[in-house]
Design a protein around this ligand. Structure first.
Ligand SMILES: Cc1cc2nc3c(=O)[nH]c(=O)nc-3n(C[C@H](O)[C@H](O)[C@H](O)COP(=O)(O)OP(=O)(O)OC[C@H]3O[C@@H](n4cnc5c(N)ncnc54)[C@H](O)[C@@H]3O)c2cc1C
Length: 290
């Protein structure tokens, strides 16, 4: 699967922490904020979960000197949720103890993990305020989950959702997903605690800006959040308009599942990858002959 690396490189800040931190510093210098994700998901042994936690602890140590807040994104499956709820909870608590003025946020994964992720997030946030969650607009249950995070004041990222889910639990058409995204985004913007509006969808962004202006929502009470390497044009425009723009920056060696999700989101990405495969097979690359 190394053949996919030229494509993956656009979406990840490096395979190691030092390279990623250089890129992250440069984003902060440009005025962006970042949420940093150590790539890796679904571990099946306690040692693997501890290894994932150790990388996060090393990252937290390295960002100690950052004067601006960093959002740290973690997947509960990488911290041992598929082994046991309690193991994952212990690993998360160890991270929260080290997080200081930064924030830990659980990415949202496939629906087999939704209930457990939200349960852990709501439970821990009662005593650890710098813990945040993610909700997916394609899930029918999100209406209720938004109510819970608003009532408890949990900082929440709202995205469309990146996994294949059945009709029984998830909206399937883009119109329905967009409609629910806007409904939940408006609620979070009005009543939520530092929500992040995570999308590159220009239709949604336009409607959200209209809402923010109409309702006079203060620019420092929410974030726009976009993926590293995706729609840099929109990232810059939002920053220039004076909004807080946070970029989701993943790094690490386990880049394949994340890359495959980005690949599936856009047919142009598949064409890019196919072109590279053909170039390599036919020896058309600059360095193919060496
Ligand atoms: C900051 C952030 C965090 C996220 N966290 C999660 C999470 O925790 N759990 C989860 O399930 N999902 C997560 N997602 C992914 C999200 O659910 C969607 O799958 C993804 O954002 C694509 O949806 P969209 O709203 O950007 O709209 P789309 O309609 O898919 O895209 C709008 C436009 O953005 C551009 N674009 C979108 N994706 C790509 C791509 N891969 N390559 C190139 N251009 C692209 C294209 O120009 C496209 O027309 C996250 C997304 C963001 C932005």
């Amino acid at each position: 699967m190394r053949i996919l690396y030229p494509f993956a490189k656009r979406f990840i800040a490096g395979e190691d922490r030092a390279t990623a931190l250089k890129n992250i510093k440069s984003l902060y210098d440009q005025g962006f904020l970042c949420t940093v994700d150590v790539l890796g998901e679904s571990v099946h042994t306690e040692d693997q979960a501890i290894a994932a936690k150790s990388e996060y602890l090393a990252l937290l140590k390295d960002i100690e000197t950052f004067r601006r807040p960093v959002d740290i994104s973690a997947k509960v499956s990488a911290l041992g949720m598929d082994i046991s709820f309690d193991l994952c909870k212990k690993n998360t608590k160890d991270l929260i103890d080290a997080v200081r003025h930064h924030t830990i946020r659980f990415d949202m994964e496939g629906s087999d993990l939704t209930e457990r992720t939200i349960k852990l997030g709501l439970e821990l946030q009662k005593t650890h305020k710098n813990l945040g969650v993610v909700l997916q607009a394609y899930l029918r249950r999100t209406d209720q989950d938004v109510q819970s995070v608003i009532e408890q004041g949990v900082s929440t990222r709202l995205c469309k959702g990146a996994y294949k889910e059945p009709d029984a639990i998830a909206y399937q058409s883009m119109d329905e997903i967009r409609e629910n995204f806007l409904k939940q985004a408006f609620r979070l913007l009005k009543e939520g605690n530092l929500p992040a509006i995570a999308t590159h969808d220009e239709v949604l962004i336009e409607k959200i800006i209209e809402f923010i202006e109409r309702e006079k929502i203060p620019a420092d009470s929410f974030y726009f959040e976009l993926l590293y390497g995706v729609r840099r044009d929109i990232q810059k425009v939002l920053l220039d308009k004076g909004y807080q723009v946070r970029l989701y920056v993943p790094y690490g060696k386990a880049w394949l599942p994340y890359t495959l999700r980005r690949l599936a989101e856009r047919k142009e990405n598949i064409i890019f990858v196919l072109k590279n495969i053909v170039r390599e097979a036919l020896g058309l690359g600059k360095f193919s002959k060496s």
